[in-house]
Every structure is written in C-alpha cells, then in structure tokens.
Design a protein around this ligand. Sequence first.
Ligand code: SF4
Length: 392
Amino acid sequence: MDLRAHLLALLAPHRVGDPLIPGVVIAGASTELGLRLKFEVDGQPLWVDVDPLSRVERYAARSERLAFGYRTEGERQSLDPQLGRRICEATAALARANEGRVLAAVEEERVELPDRELRVRRVTTDALLERTGVGGVDFYTLSPYVGCVIGCKFCYAQVKVGAMRELLRLPQLPWGSYVDARVNAHEVVARELAALPVLPIKFCPVVSDPYQALERRERLTRRCLEAIRDAPRVWPTLLLTRSSLVLDDLALLAQLPRAQAGVSIPTIDDDVRARFEPRAAPIPARLEILAALRRAGVPSIAVVQPLLSGSVDALADALAERADSVSIDILRGELGAAEEFARPEFRESSTDRWQRDRARALAEALARRGVPVWSTELPPAFMPGLDPAAPR
Ligand code: SF4
C-alpha cells in the first residue's frame, strides 16, 4: 500500500506542484515520521501532520475523522501562526471532501494478517530515499525499517508510528514490540541512487534503528549499504545506532568512501541507560562501537540525545577518547518514559532547563577536550561551506 499516494489524494483535485492557497505549493507526502503532507512556503518546507482525530487533543484544523497540525522543517524556522492555521484549514477543507473515499481505499487495500505477523510485518515500498532539509542543508533519510523493537521509553517515533498503525487499523501494541521490514529496500535504493542528485544519506533518523535485532535475519541495512557502495557515484552516508549489531558491518562501512557512523549515547551511567533504554546496547558496548569504527578507519560520531543523568566529565572523557565529533540535543518529551522521569532521582532531568544546562555543560566539557560539537542535522564534514570536500 502506498500511503503517500493516499495522503496526497486527500488534497484532490490538487496535485504536487499545484498551489494550495496563494504562496503555498503542494510539495509531497511522507510516512517517515508519521503521516505528513509537505508544502513549500517561500521556498521553505512546511509539514502538516495528519493524525486520526481520536489520537490528538490539539490540532489546527480537522475534518470528520482526521486532525491537522503544522510544523516547520525540524521546527527550526519561524512561521506566522495565522498562515500555519490557514494552511491546515485549507488542507482540512479538501480532506472533508475526499477522506471518505481515501479511507475506504486504505481499508480495501488492508491485508488481514495472522496474529503472529502483526508485530513483524514484511512490507514492500516503492520509494525510500526521502529528501529533507533544514536551513538550506539538504539530505536524504533512509529507513529500511519502520518501528523499532529496541523500544527506548522516550522515543518520539512511538506517537507517529502508532498513529500510522491506527489508520491502517492494526492493533495498538506497546512501543518496542512491532516493526515493519521493508523487504525490497535495497532494490528500491539501488534504483533511486541511479536517478537522484547526490546528497548525504542519513540512515534511520527517527522512526527506527538500522541495527535492531531483526537486521540479523533480514540484513536490509547491510544490503542498502552494499547498494551505496556499488553505486557509480559517491554518496556521503551517515549511520547511527544503539545496537552492537553494527559491528557485523564494520568492513562494509569502511569500504564506503564517505561514511561516518556512530552511536546515540545519552549518559555514561549504564544503570540510568538500563532504565530508559532497557533493550539497547549497554554503554560500555556503545563506547566499544566508537572505538571499533575508528580502528576500521570510519569517522566515529556520537549523538547525545536526550541528555540523561550521569557524570558530564566522565562522558566527555569517554567520548573524547573515541568520537571524532559529537552532536548534542535535548529531550523532546517524556512520552513512554514519564514513569521513569517521575522517580525522585530523575525528576529534574526532564525539565527543559536541566536539559539545556546539561547540554551547555557537556558542550563546554567537550570543547575543553578539543572535540568538535555540532547541533545541525549533519556532521560538519557533510555541511557545504564547512568542509572543503563537502558535497555541493
Ligand atoms: S533505538 Fe532509536 S528508534 Fe529505536 S526505540 Fe530507541 S530511540 Fe527509538
């Protein structure tokens, strides 16, 4: 089922490239982080989230069964809220006329699955590389899986992937217990690499981990990396994980001429990690991944997001020894970790103030140790203008 086509059908008779309202052009649809329609406003992307009405309390506009809210790319650009609301209202007005037909088509294409296949669905896709960009830096996202059985409690993909499953009338299962494997991912990506302009590729930015346990059986991430390696043009590639399974592909990563890889690591304290990310690799194992990447000649990166309790200096020491650069970002909502954050020892750490103070302290500690820190979507080596070898 091509959910993107169904999303765009909500806007019929308008199509991609048509104006929605004056100054706002329909640019596409995405299922990479929930269901979203993409518009362009003055050349800048603007996303409209499409959610089943039953799942959201706040929205800018609604149709009979769907809710619409807007956000800018990475929520880093400002937008006149009145314009955002007008875009959502225009979207909702079109959806009101189309949603009966669109939702009936989704229902018609739905395949009944036996219970044992509801958690791990093997699906096909007809598009994989999704162009996105913040502040003039464009890149592609690549997700061979949607959903994640690592199941970090704070993972913000759970809201969006859950909404998508509701629309597909799949049972609502706890986050961390279901995943879709896009079994033809490598074939689709090989085709796209031959046709699309070269930009950096970012593996599994939000909706899944490229090395969750299913990869051991499916090897979709490996096969996508092989397609990138075998492509006639060089594709800068960034890959992040919370799993030691990436070590199986060290040699392959080293064969990519412009790959950087690394781990997300929110704390140096493995007891804290175990509370919030119980099925992810322990902290010592993640540090070993960074060291192994370096030994293999692959530039190693660490992403600290969100920030969790633990010694700042010990984390900075450990990263300074093993990571070539570090990205820092704050918590985006407690979500499934509310119970953990309610514990006295973690209560303060979910506040915006604690997160920002901790981010600043860690950035300073890393700077004192000479470690480059970045807060953009891509590491400096992939940013035009910051690195002489960066793609144009
Ligand atoms: S590994 Fe990443 S995608 Fe998977 S649950 Fe954790 S934060 Fe979410």
